[in-house]
Ligand binder design. Sequence first.
Ligand code: ASP
Ligand code: MG
Length: 424
Amino acid sequence: MLVYKFGGASVKDAEGVKNLAGIVLRHKDNGLLVVVSAMGKITNKLEELYRAYLEGRDDVQTVFDEVKAFHYQILEQLFSAGHPVFDDIANTFVEIDWILEEEPDEDAPDYIYDQIVSVGEILSTKIVAAYLKEAGCNVEWTDARNYIHTDNTYREGKVNWEKTENDIRKKLLPLLERSIAVTQGFIGSTSENFTTTLGRDGSDYSAAIFASCLDAKSVTIWKDVPGVLNADPKWFDETQRIPQLSYHDAIELAYYGATIIHPKTIKPIQNKNIPLLVRSFLHPDAEGTDITSANNHLPVPSFIFKINQALISIFPKDFSFIIEENLSDIFSLFHKHKIKITTMLNSAISFSVSFDHDAAKLQALIADLSVHYKVKYNTGLELVTIRYYNQETIDRVTAGKNILLEVKSRYTCQIVMRDKTVPA
Ligand code: ASP
Ligand code: MG
């Protein structure tokens, strides 16, 4: 049993769907589950539609028309007129029409979000499955909501593993013995059959859930990059593909903000020791990155870069020490304001923390902290995390920077810094 996951970038246009079919058709046998995300940037568009609807804006229909036009234009390039997929897609849009006809229930915004935004994956998989069938593939469109069972935490459904595993084994396994299945990433359903989503970029996680419950031989994530790189080409000139990566390193890189794989993806497949293969959909035969339990390769220093960081330093007003009591107090305020810490360091009389800067959250946090603490802060900072650092890599990334905070553990170094040209 194999699981292939195709993200939005791989199916952003008709060419992408044809390319996907080329990759799937090389795998002629059954025993393949294909997990597909919404096409291109459609999830963002559907989020816009959701906001327009919730706020009662008058561009609701315009935004919805853009979503429709995008899909119809792809359909027209893939199928001749009169193909049944046109009706199937039109009927899927009707489901959104029904939602938009009603007044929005302001008490249930997350529920509404999931009902609207999940449609992106329904559309993409219907198109992909119809195209694969047209191309001679023995394929069945499969509704992930019959398999991925969650609680009713809309926008971030928590998976009910027992129920999910049970249904996948009982119903999906036999189906996969008959044909290839195409299903949606990102979505699931509650025990009352309402649609939930698993959090943005959650399709990797869906693929991992399916793979784990199917005891798959491997999961392949088909991407527009040649594999996991040791840095984001957006920020670094010289990047290098990492051919072998341990689960542990993959989790660490995802945790520190590498966007290559969704952080929740690794755990389920690591538990079953299922290899995660990252491959390029543009060069399907090229080597990519194999993420496995193997841990015996030479580590390559990896760089994760984040901009727009805030750094605050917290001092007890009475100059007492920073002790456990203060820390638990401080952490609960971060939790209250939903601020995710990116680095922290404590000394005897101060505690410093960096996080993604959000002006409103920062002001609210400082107001709360100021009751008991003196607070100093900086914004507009950069954070670089180096996994497997050495002095040379630190020197390279800090050239021309002022360092405000540096935290080192055995393998990971994090530096909060500011360009020397930016006034303090
Ligand atoms: N379509 C969803 C998103 O863009 C899920 C995914 O692509 O993984 O967030
Ligand atoms: Mg996506």
